[in-house]
Ligand binder design. Structure first.
Ligand code: HEM
Length: 347
């Protein structure tokens, strides 16, 4: 399918970001039921349909604008949004290879990769990049391999090192992270960085998910979806910049919630990496306003009304929309006629 790439969208200041109807239709909608609770929602990452689940790493009409937003964020606060422990270099090269191979295979009209032994030639036509470098030799790239390739990729990327049946946070580029700190998490173990998440320990989910990931094999990726809400289409909502964006939570009303409140969908396709045995945890974020959802798929709006209305308060508080849950529910109520049959179509 041809993608019409938007050239100059902004995810800050005047927020000119908007989705085309085609882009809304291809979203991985995260609510299979009228109620939501955390679950072991891991499934094999195999291609499904021609939307967001078709490619190994999905790109859409926002690719160019999103790469620009990442560059702005990286330049604004050097050292805050990209961190890598020195011993993660092999995993960085693994990740560069995986992204280049996947993009070139899934989007041959936009990317190509040619190899002559360790000499690699990479062309990214969307960003006008044409580089030749030596695989394994960092001095032949303008940035470290992870930063180099993820500056050209949609979504955030975290590298996990496996040691003694435990995962540790080894590196990451995160310019779209939902209210956590990348620098704070560096070096933390699986249980430590999931520490703030409510209820997951009690239901035994974290232990089961870790056991599952430790068995992840090269070439057999898995995926899961997560979600949150944000006011305005703002990608950079890190813990560090909280004073810049958190006050927007107070301006949402039942009248403007459709325009101001964005569903933030996270598609997370996890891969084992071949040389380093690290695991990559990509977080591909999709922003869509409640209004865009309702205009394009009223059955999704109906379902979201039910999900938000019944969501446990612990999750509302953790996900950070305590201030405006009621306003969002009030706005969405107009799409819920109380009947059940249409909602089934939302899946
Ligand atoms: C190695 C891969 C993973 C990494 C690096 C990771 C990292 C994170 C981080 C940084 C958070 C936010 C914590 C905070 O508030 O400070 C989080 C939240 C969470 N994680 Fe993971 N995670 C991984 C895999 C998984 C898996 C496989 C599952 C479940 C099957 C899971 C379940 C959750 C849940 C339920 C939340 C709360 C999300 C929300 O309500 O918005 N994570 N994770």
């Amino acid at each position: 399918m041809t993608i019409h790439f938007k050239q100059h969208e902004t995810f800050r200041d005047d927020y000119s970001f908007a989705n085309s109807p085609e882009c809304v239709a291809r979203l991985p909608f995260p609510f299979p039921d009228d109620e939501y609770m955390y679950s072991m929602n891991l499934e094999p990452h195999v291609p499904v349909g021609d939307g967001a689940l078709r490619a190994a790493f999905d790109i859409d009409e926002h690719y160019i604008s999103e790469c620009r937003d990442r560059a702005i964020t990286l330049e604004k606060d050097p050292g805050m949004h990209y961190v890598a422990a020195p011993h993660m270099m092999e995993a960085q090269w693994d990740l560069l290879e995986l992204i280049m191979e996947s993009y070139a295979r899934d989007y041959p009209e936009h990317f190509s990769l040619t190899r002559d032994g360790a000499r690699w030639h990479w062309v990214n036509r969307l960003l006008g990049i044409d580089d030749t470098f030596t695989f394994g030799d960092t001095s032949t790239l303008p940035y470290e391999p992870m930063e180099y390739i993820t500056r050209q990729a949609q979504g955030d990327w975290i590298l996990q090192e496996e040691r003694d049946a435990m995962l540790y946070w080894g590196a990451g580029i995160a310019t779209q992270r939902a209210d956590y700190s990348l620098r704070f998490n560096l070096g933390m173990s699986w249980n430590e960085f999931h520490g703030p998440v409510p209820l997951v320990k009690e239901i035994g989910m974290l232990d089961r998910a870790l056991k599952f990931l430790l068995r992840l094999r090269v070439g057999h990726p898995v995926r899961r979806l997560n979600w949150s809400l944000t006011v305005n289409p703002r990608l950079e909502v890190s813990a560090e910049s909280l004073p810049e964006w958190a006050p927007d939570r107070t301006i949402v009303t039942p009248e403007n919630a459709g325009r101001l409140v964005y569903l933030r969908i996270e598609l997370q396709p996890l891969h084992r990496l071949p040389r380093s045995n690290a695991i990559v945890f990509p977080v591909r974020t999709y922003l869509v306003s409640l209004e865009e959802i309702a205009n394009n798929n009223p059955a999704w709006a109906k379902r979201m009304h039910r999900v938000l209305k019944t969501l446990k308060q612990d999750l509302v508080d953790y996900k950070g929309f305590t201030r405006y849950r009621d306003a969002a529910v009030a706005w969405l109520a107009q799409f819920d006629d109380g009947r059940n049959e249409e909602v089934a179509k939302a899946e």
